[in-house]
Design a protein around this ligand. Sequence first.
Ligand SMILES: NC(=O)c1ccc[n+]([C@@H]2O[C@H](COP(=O)([O-])OP(=O)(O)OC[C@H]3O[C@@H](n4cnc5c(N)ncnc54)[C@H](OP(=O)(O)O)[C@@H]3O)[C@@H](O)[C@H]2O)c1
Length: 295
Amino acid sequence: MRILVTGKNGQLGRSIHKLVNTDSKIDNNQSSNIFIFVGREELDFSSESSIAHYFDNNKFDIIINCAAYTQVDKAEKEPELVNQINHLAVKQLASIANKQQARLIHISTDYVFDGENNKPYIEADIPNPINIYGKTKLAGEKALKKAIPTNAIIIRTSWVYSEYGNNFVSTMLRLSKERNELNVVSDQIGSPTYATDLANAILEIIKNKEFSESDQTTQIYHYSNKGKVSWCDFAKEIFKIAKIDCEVKSITTEQYPTPAERPKCSLLNNKKIEKVFSIKQKDWKKSLQACLSCL
Ligand SMILES: NC(=O)c1ccc[n+]([C@@H]2O[C@H](COP(=O)([O-])OP(=O)(O)OC[C@H]3O[C@@H](n4cnc5c(N)ncnc54)[C@H](OP(=O)(O)O)[C@@H]3O)[C@@H](O)[C@H]2O)c1
């Protein structure tokens, strides 16, 4: 099978690449899979013609879409570009996948919800995004479901970090070198997700006959690490594991205004992905330890 992974330079794209053998082939039920990783140089989501042109010349059995506009605050200032990348490009990609009869795995976000729940969100909960990023990701989900009504899955994840690029963990580690004390918000709750765990879950899904062989209605699944934490306690745990002496002080969202509003509760219920694909959540503290040991 030919498997396309978009967003090759992002956290998830690089994590999938790490897990795939160096010769870009992994054994999958006795057959060989060829992975092709592309970045914006080869496939630019900001350009409809770039997307059309790329797929005129390339066909795939599976497409894993890890590309997205992910800068939540910057997104408030350039809504048209964010909409093109997170919504219109996803719609086009889904329609191409449908025509090519490729199966599609697309990644979405906890930020499609408003965060007013006091328990983990299930897939059937009504989304109500409160920032441009979340609104465009939700529009992408809806467009995808229309364009490819079968054989696609959307995985909503949350608070993704990794040993690659900029994320909360790398930011905390950098700031701890500059300051002895940090103020971090404690009234936003979520589940951090180590990109390697999500990458593993995606590779498990590809191997699963439920996904690769039978025709299924396009579905949404939630996947995050296990546990519930505030950004403040997440920061404390990073410094505890990394043995860094940096005091973390709890502040409220009101005391740390940002251009984009964030959901107060970002917890995702993972029961559906576990039931259908036997994918078990990993404990967030153990996964954080695994990530920090790679740095
Ligand atoms: N990060 C999080 O906390 C988080 C939380 C929930 C859901 N998600 C979702 O999870 C998925 C993976 O996120 P991530 O953390 O791996 O994001 P990331 O590290 O920001 O990677 C996103 C990738 O998309 C690429 N991209 C941006 N604009 C593009 C364009 N115009 N054309 C082609 N590629 C473009 C970027 O390319 P460059 O490297 O060239 O910029 C980057 O490699 C995304 O769908 C995201 O919405 C992320």
